[in-house]
Design a protein around this ligand. Structure first.
Ligand code: GDP
Ligand code: ZN
Length: 358
């Protein structure tokens, strides 16, 4: 294994950006796991424990600035590190999949960085939920990576064409692939996304078949992931819990076994991209600020009346919009608070300094 097996591309803009740091004696590594600030990083010397420096911790403004699985980081070059090697910097991200951190109102958490494709997995059994697919799509579009919808458990679906038609109404301009992970049906459709050096993250609710697909993609390595999962279910946390896996074909898979319900973080343009149909309709509403709630000349309500749009989809859009506005407000407050606190701290330092002078 070498760095290119983990997706490092010689001659890429990142490689060029790193060159001066390499000359200064630093090495580069890719974060393969993170657990409460303890990192495992793959470097040219193999997999090593790593942690951010005190200076880094001091400089970084929020959780989003810390290394995440998939990140390229600048580290100290140490061949035989007995202790954790130092992470000095996170290299610019090409994409980041962010969710609202569990149990918080205002903190974002990077689930995966530098991802090319987001595999959004949904089950075609009882789990089938268009509103959840919309939510996942918003976050996926926001990440900067390309979403791909994987509908699993095709063998459990009585009317496939009807199910696919339903999904097509919410997954606009998104490739849809129907598979059965246990039967091994349709899996070759995923090959184009798995070319060497490409990174894929697998997202979906629990029970949709993520582990089954992961094990299939990992091939012979699957025993290793299962061992890790067993540890987890006993509540033990090991620092060797790998989350980024090189696949036999040369792609990299980021696994998110602990991811429960997905709360939106700041939706950038994901909301617009996911609901492009409603946005296009709204452009024809008589009033520019139409809320599509019974105003005269509302093109959105007209489309609903004509059977071209469902009320459920409009409500889903409005709900996600409210959620996004709420999150943005909280983020603003949080930013103001931090500023206030920093000013307070600064004036305190100045006062102490003046006292000492006197
Ligand atoms: P995860 O929680 O997303 O990792 O889901 P798992 O991979 O653990 O799968 C949950 C359950 O669904 C298991 O019992 C799997 O055997 C089953 N399952 C996964 N894929 C399929 C499929 O294509 N068809 C059927 N019938 N069952 C599946
Ligand atoms: Zn309207």
């Amino acid at each position: 294994m070498n760095l290119s097996d983990f997706g490092w591309c010689v001659g890429s803009s990142l490689d060029l950006a790193f060159a001066p740091l390499a000359q200064a004696g630093f090495a580069v590594g890719r974060v393969v796991s993170e657990q409460r600030g303890a990192y495992r990083v793959y470097t040219q010397w193999g997999e090593q424990d790593a942690e951010v420096t005190g200076h880094f911790r001091h400089q970084v403004k929020d959780a989003l600035g810390f290394p995440a699985v998939g990140d390229w980081v600048v580290v100290d070059p140490q061949e035989d590190a007995a202790e954790a090697i130092a992470i000095h910097q996170v290299l610019p991200r090409q994409s980041q999949f962010v969710r609202q951190a569990a149990g918080t109102l205002t903190a974002g958490q990077v689930i995966a960085a530098n991802v090319d494709t987001v595999f959004l997995m949904s089950g075609l059994d009882g789990d089938f939920n268009l509103r959840r697919i919309e939510r996942y799509l918003v976050t996926a579009w926001d990440s900067g990576a390309s979403p791909v919808l994987i509908l699993n458990k095709a063998d459990q679906c009585a009317d496939l064409p009807a199910a696919i038609a339903q999904v097509e109404t919410v997954a606009i301009a998104v490739p849809i692939h129907v598979i059965s992970a246990t039967q091994g049906d349709g899996l070759d459709q995923l090959t184009p996304y798995l070319s060497p050096g490409k990174t894929v993250v697998l997202i979906g609710s629990s029970g949709v078949g993520k582990s089954t697909l992961t094990n299939y993609l990992l091939g012979e390595q699957q025993a290793a992931t299962q061992a890790v999962r067993l540890d987890d279910s006993r509540g033990r946390h090991t620092t060797t819990h790998r989350q980024l896996w090189p696949l036999p074909g040369g792609a990299l898979l980021i696994d998110t076994p602990g991811l429960r319900e997905l709360q939106l973080w700041s939706a950038n343009t994901g909301l617009e991209e996911t609901f492009g149909d409603i946005q296009a309709l709204a452009a024809d509403c008589k009033f520019r600020d139409c809320q599509h709630q019974g105003e005269p000349g509302c093109a959105v309500q007209a489309a609903i009346a004509a059977g071209e749009l469902t009320t459920a989809r409009l409500h889903s859009y409005q709900k996600l919009q409210r959620e996004q506005q709420w999150i943005e407000q909280r983020q603003d407050t949080q930013t103001r608070l931090n500023t206030k606190r920093r000013w307070k701290q600064m004036s305190k330092t100045i006062r102490q300094h003046q006292k000492r002078k006197r």
